[in-house]
Structures are given as C-alpha cells and as structure tokens.
Design a protein around this ligand. Structure first.
Ligand code: BES
Ligand code: MN
Ligand code: ZN
Length: 488
C-alpha cells in the first residue's frame, strides 16, 4: 500500500486524480466551503435523512458532477475532531469502499484542526487495520481489496508533519501486521521454530543480527525455569535474540523481552477446555517484540534495541513439570512450581536474567501473562508495572501517543508476601486476588538491578468472539516508546 500527501484546498477536490474521494466530516452539521457539487449532494442527502452526523455513518454516491473521482464517500467523524475520531471514521469509510473497485483513494478531512503527524498515522492505521485479512491457513478467504494507494489531502503548511506521520504509520502498520500474522497462525504452524525462522528472515531483510539458542545452549546456561516449562513438549524450544544496532556500539540498548508460549494448555495444571484454542495467542508478547523490531528497522531508528524471546509450548506429558517441583532459575534463585499454568513468568524470569548481559538502558517485557489483568482492565488498556516512575511515565505517554494505551498498576512490597514458599526461594503463584500484581512481583525479583517495566497484554493482544484474532498490540506503544527514546 502506498501512502502519500497531496497539497490541495477543498476547491482542489474536483481535480484529484484518485478514483474515489473519501470526505471525513467532523462536526454536527455541513460545514461551509465545500465544493458546490459535493455541498448540493450532501444537502439533499441530509434533508432526505440519508446522511446523519453520527460517528461512522457513511454516505455513498457515484459520479457526482464536478468531481473527477468516480466515487464519493462521506463519513461522519462526530463532534470531537481528534485523531482517534479520524481513525474510526476512515476505518468506516474504507470498510464501505474496500469491496468495490477503488484502487486509488483520496481522503480529505474537514472540520479538523491543523492536520499533523498524529492524523497521518491515524489514517495509515485505519486503512491497514480495515484491509488486514488472515489467509495463511484459510485458502477460501476473500481476495485482497483492490485498493493500492491512499492520498491524504492537506494544506501546504501541514504536509511535512503529515508525511512524517505517514512514515511512522507505515512502519507501525508493518510491525502490527507481522505481529498479527504470527499470532493468528495456529499452534501447529506457529511453533517456536517458526518464530525463530521469522526472526531470522526479519534479520536478513532488515539488517538485524539474529541468534537462536537451542535446548543444549539453554541447558549449559542454566535456565532451569524456562527448561521446566519446555520439558513437557516434543516441540523443540528456541531462545531467540535479535539485535538492531542503530547507534554507537557503546550505547546501552533497550531490551524487549517477549513471552513466546506458542500454545499454553496449562500443562499438568490443565486449563478447562472452553476457549483453550485461544491459548495459541500466548506468544502475543513475542509477536509484538518481533513486530516492533520490524518497525524500528523500517524507521532506521538511531538507537540500539535487543529483542529476547523465550519460545516453547506448555503441555502435559509424562515428562512434564509437576506441581511442587522445584527448579533453579538462571539467576540462581529457586522456584517451587505450584501451578504449571503460571508458566509465562517462568520463561520470562530466565530471559530477564539473560537480558542483564546487554547492560541495558531499560528492559521492557511484554506478556499475555494473567487472566486477572483481563478482569482488571478489560480489553482496552494493557497493564503496566514498573518500580521506575520515569520509565512508567515514558511508556504511558507512548501508549497515549500511539492510541495503544496502558494503565499503571502497583508493585508495593506487600504484594510480595504471596510468593513465599517453604521449599524454595519463592513459589510461582500467589493468591487469586491481585493475580496480575503477584505475577509482576515475581518478575520484579529477577530485575532488581535493572530499569525495568512489564506490560501485561492478556486483554489487549487478541480479540475473542466473532472478530477473533490478534490485534498486533502493543507494537504501536513500543514503537512510540522507542521513537521518543531516539529523539523523534
Ligand atoms: N497465558 C495465561 C494468561 C491468560 C489467561 C491470558 C487468559 C489471557 C486469557 C497464563 O499463562 C496463565 O495461565 N495464567 C494463569 C496464572 C494463574 C495460574 C496464577 C491465569 O491467569 O489463570
Ligand atoms: Mn498458563
Ligand atoms: Zn500462558
């Protein structure tokens, strides 16, 4: 998909060479200054009740006199003319057009304040999100939309900022797409080996250094917690390390650690059957880390970033780890595995210890970690945990800027109580109450010397129900976090 800007006022719409014009209207009535032909059509549509100023409402007309574009679609954005409203409106407009013959779409926003980078980014996100379709294991999926090019009409003074927004939007969308493509693939396709191959081809394409550790390497290192989770499955584990060097070698990198459980059955602490298929999405953290690496590389960020992905399956078998088993983590701390379904923290703790070797400026882990986080925050905001106020503020701000928001939850030492064990340095679960906090407290024990934050994306990485599928979150948040850090 090609995204560009075109400098033109409303008077210039008639001449746009696109084959469809999508006009996004903010406000509660027809604004003045619309081209005559468009105004006439819309006035009569409003009068007839065929166009209403309800967010997402789309009006369509063919061959409007005075417009070179064969198709005119008008979509209402509502009264708050924000980038978020623009995004929702463009998504509705593109959804209405995507099954038609439109190849080249021009979008004009009316009633918005000066367009800037956030608007550019919002348009790309809306188009990419609306056109995405999973095909990998569904040959009967409909053919791709014909739409190949999108032009955002703006004023001369806006063009530079909007163009930067389009650039960022394209990179984020590419990252989101990679994350969705990985996470949507079923567990028998998206295995740890598949994740490792994806990282390798990403590396080849974008100049990342990718290293994949195998079981024997992980054994030699002493990742007893990660190994305990992986031991129940015949699918080989992978420990993936991908490095983007955009700054001087001496500059401390940001390390992103992504939970890569390609299927979580719960292990011996087996999950109930209902919706268990959704546990193929339990590698959403890993997928978002790989997606973010793609975005970082496409943007050529002047920053060093390391992706660390521990990947395996969590299955019950004759070799599987059992409740009560005690293992020694890479950090040397011992863990009593009271519940084999709390496996995410086990693979992450060893990855977090491993991350120390990069002497990072900050470590952020991303994980579909707890059902409790879904109870706390639902599906809109990811859970954010960090003992570091400045780092937490950076990540929260990035989430707002990216329209991929998070919400901070506490890490008071009182919550650590629940992890006590009579047989090891800690148990891997606490009480049910505050379950996402105890999970984060567990990880905190492995990051004492680091600037660290944890994102629990259990509620945001995928959707259930009719629209079941991966969202690609939090690639936008992470990319904006790194953009900020790179000074862009
Ligand atoms: N992958 C799950 C978390 C999860 C559950 C994400 C439901 C999305 C929806 C994780 O490995 C898990 O099973 N967590 C347990 C922890 C518990 C045993 C302390 C949970 O949340 O039930
Ligand atoms: Mn689990
Ligand atoms: Zn899990």
């Amino acid at each position: 998909m090609d995204f560009k800007t075109q400098v033109a006022g409303t008077a210039g719409w008639g001449a746009t060479s696109a084959d469809a014009l999508l006009v996004v209207l903010a406000g509660a009535s027809l604004p003045p200054g619309l081209p005559k032909a468009v105004a006439a059509v819309l006035e009569s549509a409003v009068e007839a009740g065929d166009f209403v100023f309800k967010p997402g409402h789309v009006f369509y007309a063919h061959r409007v006199q005075g417009l070179k574009a064969a198709r005119l679609a008008v979509v209402a954005a509502g009264e708050t003319a924000s980038a978020k409203a623009l995004r929702k409106a463009v998504a509705a407009g593109v959804a209405a057009l995507k099954n038609g013959g439109t190849k080249d779409l021009a979008i004009a926003a009316v009633g918005f304040e000066a367009l800037d980078a956030t608007h550019g980014e919002a348009v790309v996100a809306a188009v990419a999100e609306t056109l995405y379709l999973y095909r990998a294991t569904k040959p009967s999926a409909p053919a791709a939309a014909k739409l190949a090019s999108v032009t955002l009409v703006c004023a001369k003074a806006e063009a530079e900022a909007v163009d930067e927004g389009l650039r960022i939007g394209r990179a984020v969308a590419a990252g989101v797409e990679l994350a969705r493509e990985c996470a949507n693939r079923p567990g028998n396709h998206c295995t740890p080996t598949y994740l490792a191959q994806t990282a390798k081809s990403l590396g080849k394409e974008h100049g990342l250094k990718v290293e994949v550790l195998e079981r024997k390497d992980v054994e030699k290192l002493g990742m007893g917690a990660f190994l305990a989770v992986a031991q129940g499955s015949d699918e080989p584990l992978k420990f993936i390390v991908a490095r983007w060097q955009g700054a001087a070698k001496t500059e401390a990198p940001v390390v992103l650690v992504g939970k890569g459980i390609t299927f979580d059955s719960g292990g011996i602490s087996l999950k109930p059957g209902a919706e268990m298929d959704e546990m193929k999405f339990d590698m959403g953290g890993a997928a978002s880390v790989l997606g973010t690496m793609r975005a970082v590389a496409e943007l050529g960020l002047k920053l060093n970033v390391v992706a660390v992905v521990p990947a395996c399956e969590n299955l019950p078998s004759g070799r599987a780890v059992k409740p009560g088993d005690v293992v020694t983590s890479l950090s040397g701390q011992t863990i009593e595995i009271l519940n084999t379904d709390a496996e995410g923290r086990l693979i992450l703790c060893d990855a977090l210890t491993y991350a120390e070797r990069f002497k990072p400026a900050a470590i952020v882990d991303i994980a579909t970690l707890t059902g409790a986080c879904v109870i706390a925050l639902g599906h809109h905001r990811s859970g954010l945990f960090s003992p570091d106020d400045a780092l937490a503020a950076e990540l929260l701000a990035a989430g707002e800027a990216a329209a991929d928001p998070a919400w901070r939850l506490p890490l008071d030492e009182e919550y650590d109580e629940g992890l006590k064990s009579n047989f090891a340095d800690m148990g891997n679960v606490g009480p049910r109450a505050g379950g996402s906090i105890t999970a984060a407290m567990f990880l905190k024990r492995f990051t004492a010397k680091q600037r660290w934050a944890h994102l629990d994306i259990a509620g945001t990485a995928w959707k259930s129900g009719a629209a079941k599928g991966a969202t690609g979150r939090p690639v936008p948040l992470l990319t904006h976090f790194l953009l900020q850090r790179a000074g862009r």
